[in-house]
Design a protein. Structure first.
Length: 500
């Protein structure tokens, strides 16, 4: 299959062509080919053109996608639809870099099992998306959306604002109409945050529903891939394709038995009589966020949901111990991944990655350092790690989401996903407002869906739905019902600086 680097040779067509193609019913090979061609043209126009917004969302693209889409039209549930893949997930066509110059030669010539499933379902791999380098685990604070390989991803709704991370390119690309859907990955917030600030749907499934084999890791406890799309129905359709057990990933042992048709019932899903828990403290103090969230809650009530306000604050040791777990597993799991790579001259441990960054500091460490890498490389106390994992998991799961659902007799929990996108500043890094409760679902490994709920001054906001382990279908159904009940207007990308 022919490939090109980030600068695609495609004619410059209007964004409207690609957006219209996503909603058209494409039943013929010619229609699917036209869709793929329009997406490539949109990437060329919005990602690469010197006079365009240069979103830097896509690292590599597949110019043969129109031919592949035509060939796959009518085959499998994805029916020739195009999907962009985050560049920490291996695809046979391109190197998998995780955004780092250390892995620019990491051409494994293999697909991650989730990509194999996607292709088998009739999906077309359109290209690879930019990301926060190393999925935002190298340093804190950092600037989300920046990688040494792909540069800085810009938010289509305001190009001087952040696209959040680490699935920054996947979120920005779908918001900009560059593909039907994208694959993101999450350890804690890396699907849901970029989805929310880009006004798209993002779904972090139960950990173990989707294989992590041949995905650059952070944490075996919390890592998962998931869909990023323009609707809940599309997210469910893509999840159908990628979910399933993988003998090489023990966490997925139950996936085949837990998998269902996640699209079933979405069109008629109802909130009537459903008790939903509202996490009051996760709403935060920003008046704009509160106003948009209150309208979303009113929409849920109008659709028949009973909203139960819950006053809950996680034990501080949950976050503290999560940090220990992520650093410990990063050293262990990264070493195992790097040692599995078939190429030569590649780093084989976290220690060697640190050394590479130091040797290439002018390109890798100009904007922020690698303090998390360095701290992780020193963690070898297995007993301390086991205690930290047991405590954080218990506080997020058994004493967190599970207890809240049971004590308040609610089926789901809701909160704003986060605040609006902040002004990107590579010098000072990210600025989060402390809104949302996604860490509960991330640490517990439970499903978390974000659905657009409105905007503040053109800056999108998402509504989070979280449920218990393996309740992925129920969470998606609730999100689909909210989509139909939502009364707020959703912003369209401006591709300009905020306020222009």
């Amino acid at each position: 299959m022919p490939i090109t680097p980030r600068h695609l040779a495609a004619p410059a067509l209007a964004l409207a062509i690609a957006l219209a193609a996503t909603t058209a019913v494409a039943e013929t090979p010619a229609q699917r080919a036209a869709e793929a061609k329009a997406y490539l043209a949109t990437i060329a126009r919005l990602d690469d053109a010197e006079k365009g917004p240069q979103l830097n969302a896509v690292i590599a693209g597949n110019p043969a996608a129109p031919q592949e889409a035509a060939r796959l039209a009518g085959t499998g549930p994805l029916d020739g639809r195009t999907v962009l893949i985050k560049d920490n997930v291996e695809t046979r066509e391109w190197p998998t870099t995780a955004g780092s110059l250390a892995l620019v030669a990491n051409r494994t010539n293999r697909d991650a099992p989730l990509v194999t499933r996607l292709r088998a379902a009739g999906g077309v791999v359109l290209g690879k998306t930019n990301l926060s380098e190393w999925a935002n685990i190298r340093h804190s604070p950092s600037t989300s959306g920046w990688s040494a390989v792909g540069g800085l991803t810009r938010n289509p709704h305001a190009i001087d604002r952040n696209s959040c991370g680490s699935s920054s390119g996947s979120g920005a690309a779908i918001a900009a109409g560059m593909a039907w859907a994208a694959i993101g990955t999450e350890t804690d917030g890396s699907i849901t945050c970029p989805a929310a600030v880009n006004s798209i749907v993002g779904f972090k499934p139960t950990v173990g529903l989707v294989s992590r084999t041949h995905v650059v890791p952070i944490s075996a406890s919390q890592d998962t891939a998931g869909p990023m799309t323009r609707s809940v129905a599309d997210a469910a359709l893509l999840l159908n394709a990628i979910a399933g057990s993988d003998p090489a990933d023990a966490a997925t042992a139950e996936a085949d038995s837990r998998k269902t048709d996640f699209t079933q019932g979405l069109a008629t899903a109802s909130l009537k009589g459903q008790r939903i828990g509202l996490l009051k403290r996760a709403v935060g103090n920003h008046p704009g966020v509160r106003r948009v969230f209150e309208q979303a809650v009113a929409d849920l009530k109008a659709a028949g949901a009973e909203i139960v306000e819950i006053d809950f604050q996680p034990d501080p040791s949950m976050g503290r111990d999560e940090g220990y777990v992520l650093r410990y597993e990063l050293r262990r799991d990264m070493k195992a991944y790097l040692e599995s790579l078939p190429g030569t001259g590649l780093p084989r441990s976290l220690t060697e990655l640190i050394e590479f960054n130091q040797a290439n500091a002018d390109k890798e460490l100009r904007w922020f350092g690698q303090d998390t890498f360095i701290a992780a490389d020193k963690l070898t106390d297995a007993e301390a790690y086991a205690r930290a994992r047991a405590n954080s998991l218990k506080l997020a799961g058994e004493l967190g989401i599970d207890k809240l659902l049971a004590d308040h007799k609610v089926s789901l929990l809701i909160a704003p996903t986060g605040g609006p996108a902040w002004s990107t500043d590579l010098v000072t890094g990210d600025r989060f407002l402390g809104i949302g409760a996604g860490s509960l679902a991330a640490i517990a490994g439970y499903p978390h869906l974000t659905v657009p709920m409105g905007a503040i001054e053109g800056l999108p906001l998402g509504l989070s739905f979280m449920g218990g382990k393996w309740t992925d279908h129920a969470v998606l159904q609730a999100g689909a019902a909210f989509e139909r009940a939502r009364t707020a207007s959703l912003p369209r990308p401006s591709f300009k600086r905020w306020g222009e």
